[in-house]
Design a protein around this ligand. Structure first.
Ligand code: URA
Length: 239
């Protein structure tokens, strides 16, 4: 592949921006300054731009700590979407994996790896998603039993068994574990138990945990280990 295409594909800049960088001598390939944008390179070459190594990635994986008030969509005419939180250069081909309600915060995986997205979302994959929920009324052991048994919602929707761990010191706070993702699922489950969800945050999806250092509205690239864990490539990693 041409050096300028490699750098543009790795989101270092637009094609013309990376050409400029190369011509200015700011790109090094295997220890030597490369001034030809058409130089042939491959994913085994050591390439750096402005002193920073540019590792080859087949796909891009980002963790977003979704803030409230933002739609889980790729674009919307009127409302801000989760992809609007990413710079234009990175946005191409990216999509959120699954959906969080507009007022839900927390972990959202954003990737261009459609096969992984499909795998994580397929009902048969049974990927655990863990949420922190706050409700207007205290959650009870009876609610936990209903969640565990697999509830049927008032509209007839049958749900798989779900985990509900009540905070020992504050029963208005609980941790919910879902293996599926139906529309407004947690809100509707609590509503069926006579409670309103007042705050909802996703903490994890399969092996991927929300980075506690990541502020709401911020995102970061997954580490290679996190991405491999999601793809099921880390031996011993439970999905
Ligand atoms: N359940 C909900 O009700 N909303 C979400 O955003 C996620 C799960």
């Amino acid at each position: 592949m041409r050096l300028d295409k490699y750098l543009a594909d790795m989101h270092i800049g637009t094609r013309s921006e990376v050409k400029e960088k190369i011509r200015k001598g700011r790109v090094v390939v295997n220890g030597a300054v490369a001034k030809d944008p058409g130089l042939a390179v491959s994913d085994t070459d050591h390439i750096s731009a402005d002193g920073v190594s540019v590792r080859y990635r087949e796909h891009f994986y980002y963790m977003l700590n979704k803030p409230a008030g933002v739609l889980t969509a790729t674009e919307d005419k009127r409302q801000q979407t989760v992809l609007d939180l990413f710079p234009e250069l990175l946005r191409k081909k990216l999509s959120p994996v699954g959906r969080l309600d507009k007022d839900t915060v927390g972990l959202l995986l954003i990737t261009d790896d459609g096969a992984l997205a499909h795998k994580l979302l397929a009902p048969k994959s049974h990927v655990d998603k863990v949420y922190l929920a706050r409700t207007d009324l205290p959650v009870t052991a009876e609610d936990a039993e209903r969640f565990a048994a697999g509830m049927t919602l008032p509209d007839g929707t049958e749900l798989m068994p779900a985990g509900l761990r009540i905070h020992p010191e504050d029963p208005r706070e609980s941790e919910v574990t879902l293996r599926e993702g139906k529309f407004h699922q947690i809100k509707r489950m609590f509503e069926a138990c006579g409670k309103q969800v007042v705050y909802l945050k996703r903490l994890s999806m399969g092996s991927l945990k929300l980075d506690p250092e990541l502020p709401e509205g911020s995102w970061r690239e997954l580490t290679e280990e996190e991405a491999a864990g999601l793809r099921g490539e880390n031996p011993g990693t439970e999905q």
